[in-house]
Ligand binder design. Structure first.
Ligand code: F6P
Length: 552
């Protein structure tokens, strides 16, 4: 395939950059149909991209670009189990995990649906047993607390979803998460727990991740320290992994091990048994609703024309802002408290997928790829970093996410919350100019000298792009669809940028170095071969630590 930058449509898009930068977004609303043209509803999600610096011509070109790079064929290749993760020679089939219709999906000529369904069945049985109290701890007590030990994709999904769907949980099971190798986290979690009533889920696709294995061993020692013998492991530990041998070596039996497969990427794995804590917390029915929502979005993505396709719209707004207009960062701003971990979740999903700088042939790409994803709850952000969004000299496109109805209604709160959502998106696009400020301050009686001094500080230029995503109500099905919408956005962007979105080689170097550095810190001997800065920092750490520990 020729380089994407050689395509005529790429050149045409470049011609649109200057006009886009010169045209205030709000002026695009001279087209009275703009809102209806640039908003759509898919399941219970309304997506509005009308506040983007995209006119009809640019939009048509972006869609054309997607077609010219063969997006529709690439989409089919993913759904059909082709090995699109080329550097690891793997299929990418998180969609099969939520393929509720059960239609066959082949990898290497074998239908994966029977194993997917079998694992779901095993999960259902296990979840039922734990939640009903049939499954008991070693001393015969009911399980009340589930601790998920995992990191990255083996943590963020279940952590985000259980937080988001808390209003749908009953009080049968509490969930806790331990991801960090900083001992403070596991110590804090274990402090409040009764070992007789805890179930640990050790979640690791590879079962070699240092943070997870360290925490799993600490958890096992904690259990043993409670006068249990090693037989207790069978009642208090289950694993989720594709490395069955390593799980066995840890001491968890095959019947307590849930499978995942090499065609499930860590950051796309919450639909697999990695979602076990979600199902244990909410019940299996709610987990199935989550899968159904994602499946519905898969059908939308696969079948709707690109012109009215929600993941496509999300992708084209990012593509335009980032690759063409040079806006490298993107904020995710939920106005729905339960979604407070959503930006952290998307940060891994997008940045680990699309933070790449060579194309599929290993050639450097001459354009900006993945965005810097960040954010937090919008309301809290308003009192922290929104100053920068409104008046900073870097433009940060933002996705605003809110709901029509709160999942936990409290009289008098929701309209106030959403008034901020609308006010912020309006302010970011429309801004406020000197004339309005002058008129306002004059009406308040300020001297014209003081007014003119203040005006430059009070002007909001506006023209800052946002997407608005409005859910009917955050529930398992809608959340499943929302996550899947972003997953497909990531796939589309990676396809257009022609990068491999499904590997993560960039995390390996640091891991390897840490492995070598650990014994140096433990033995207090800093070896040759480090750069001078790192060697001195390590020496400082070792010497200072020894002195502090000797003083204790
Ligand atoms: O270090 C990055 C990473 O490999 C992620 O891609 C993955 O989600 C995470 O680590 C955890 O990996 P595992 O599930 O194998 O422990």
């Amino acid at each position: 395939m020729s380089a994407v930058t050689d395509l005529p449509v790429w050149q045409s898009l470049q011609q649109r950059i200057e006009p886009a930068l010169q045209t205030p977004i709000k002026s695009l609303f001279s087209d009275s149909q703009r809102f209806s043209k640039y908003s759509l509803k898919v399941q219970n999600i309304m997506l509005d991209i009308s506040k983007q610096p995209i006119d009809d011509e640019t939009c048509a070109l972006l869609l054309q670009l997607a077609r010219d790079i063969g997006l529709e064929e690439r989409r089919e290749a993913m759904f059909n189990g082709e090995r699109i993760n080329i550097t690891e020679n793997r299929a990418v089939l998180h969609t099969a995990l939520r393929n509720r219709g059960g239609a066959p999906v082949y990898v290497n000529g074998a239908d994966v649906m029977p194993v997917v369904q079998n694992e779901l069945k095993r999960m259902r049985t296990f979840v039922k047993a734990v939640r009903s109290g049939m499954w008991r701890g070693h001393s015969g007590k009911r399980i009340t607390d589930v601790v998920n030990i995992g990191i990255g994709g083996s943590d963020l999904g279940p952590r985000m979803v259980t937080q988001a769907l808390k209003p749908y949980a009953d009080d049968k099971i509490n969930v806790h998460f331990v991801s960090n190798v900083d001992g403070v986290e596991i110590a804090n979690v274990l402090k409040g727990l009764n070992p007789e009533r805890v179930l640990f889920v050790v979640a690791s696709k590879t079962f070699t991740t240092s943070e997870t294995m360290t925490n799993a061993h600490t958890a096992r020692n904690w259990l043993m320290a409670s006068s249990f013998d090693s037989r207790a492991v069978a009642k208090h530990f289950v694993a989720v992994s594709s490395n069955v041998d390593a799980v066995k070596a840890f001491g968890i039996k095959a019947e307590n091990t849930f499978q995942m497969w090499d065609w499930v990427g860590g950051r796309f794995s919450l639909w697999s048994a990695i979602g076990l804590p979600i199902a244990l917390y909410l019940g299996f029915k709610q987990f199935e609703e989550l899968l159904q929502g994602a499946h519905d979005m898969d059908l939308h993505f696969r079948n709707e024309p690109l012109e009215r396709n929600a993941p496509m719209w999300l992708a084209l707004t990012t593509l335009w802002n980032s690759t063409f207009l040079g806006r490298q960062s993107q904020a995710i701003l939920p106005y729905d408290w339960p979604l407070q971990k959503f930006s952290a979740y998307l940060q891994q999903a997008e940045m680990e997928s699309n933070g790449k700088s060579v194309d599929k042939d290993g050639q450097p790409v001459p354009y900006t790829t993945g965005s810097i994803i960040w954010g937090q709850l919008g309301i809290d952000g308003q009192h922290a970093f929104y100053q920068y969004l409104h008046q900073g000299n870097t433009i940060v496109p933002a996705d605003f996410i809110g709901s029509i109805e709160s999942s936990t209604p409290v009289e008098g709160h929701h309209e106030k919350l959403m008034s901020n959502f609308f006010a912020q998106t309006e302010a970011l696009m429309c801004g406020i100019d000197a004339d309005h400020i002058r008129a306002d301050l004059t009406a308040k009686g300020m001297s014209s000298e003081a007014i003119e001094r203040l005006i430059p500080h009070k002007v909001h230029e506006g023209n800052r792009p946002t997407n608005s995503i409005i859910l009917d109500r955050l529930n398992p099905r809608t959340l499943g669809a929302l996550i899947a919408m972003y997953e497909h956005k990531i796939f589309i962007l990676g396809s257009i940028w022609d990068i491999c979105s499904f590997d993560q080689w960039g995390v390996e170097l640091g891991k390897t170095l840490a492995k070598g550095i650990l014994p140096e810190l433990q033995e207090g001997v800093i070896k040759d071969g480090h750069d001078d800065s790192t060697a001195n920092l390590m020496r400082y750490f070792v010497e200072k630590r020894k002195a502090l520990l000797d003083n204790d």
